[in-house]
Write a protein that binds this ligand. Structure first.
Ligand code: NI
Ligand code: MN
Length: 227
């Protein structure tokens, strides 16, 4: 059985692996680029990278409906539990945890993480997933940083990198990130949701092809790739 990775626009991905569905940063309801509704997505686990609304907005409703295990930093899991989320799995930066479908490590990310109500959302993170079919690094919202090279040493089959600029890395720094991480394939995310993060992903993909050894895959919201 192969692992399917579906882009839902912005930073939201659904990963189907080992018969389970793992959602990362579910943002559907107020996401202008989403093609499905929060009420219609399956989830066995939900991973939340940081506290900003465009990453946590639909977590409570999906977790309550599906009973999914919510994996995030301690502060965010505590905040979600106060809203009725029952199955929380708190972690923190650099920590790894094993689940029956794969292993999750929360990596460094250089960003901020305040919660929508102004509460302390702990430290932002990226997500390293070791699955039966390969290893995925979703950098989530972050600046470029040199220790991406250490993450690359884990052997990355698929990197998901923000290219939107303004709030995260832009296209130029995402190219530099590829040289540090050396993934086999790379998918851009966190762009075109709103005008301040508008980017031409196809132009970026041409630069990736010309200037790095990674294969770029531009997914439209709703599209999938096989790991
Ligand atoms: Ni953010
Ligand atoms: Mn964001």
């Amino acid at each position: 059985m192969s692992t399917q990775v579906t882009f839902h626009g912005h930073g939201t991905f659904a990963i189907e692996t080992a018969g389970k569905t793992i959602l990362i940063d579910p943002f559907f309801t107020d996401n202008p680029s989403a093609t499905v509704a929060a009420d219609d997505v399956a989830a066995d686990a939900i991973i939340v990278s940081h506290g900003h609304f465009d990453h946590v907005a639909d977590v409570v409703s999906i977790a309550k409906r599906t009973g999914a295990t919510v994996i995030s930093n301690f502060e965010i899991v505590t905040w979600l539990q106060k809203q009725g989320v029952e199955n929380g799995h708190p972690m923190n930066t650099g920590g790894q945890a094993k689940f029956d479908w794969g292993t999750v490590k929360l990596t460094l990310a250089f960003h901020s993480s305040s919660l929508p109500d102004g509460g302390n959302g702990g430290s932002p993170s990226g997500v390293l997933l070791k699955l039966a079919d390969g290893t995925i690094y979703h950098a989530c919202d972050t600046a470029l940083f040199g220790d991406m090279k250490l993450i690359g040493e884990e052997g990355i089959d698929l990197a998901i990198l923000p290219i939107g600029d303004t709030f995260t890395m832009g296209p130029d720094d995402a190219l530099r990130a590829i040289r540090l991480i050396e993934p086999k394939r790379v998918v851009p995310d966190h762009y075109n949701t709103w005008p301040p993060i508008a980017q031409d992903a196809d132009v970026w993909a041409e630069r990736v092809r010309a200037q790095t050894s990674a294969e770029p895959v531009v997914l439209q919201p709703g599209q999938s790739l096989t790991l």
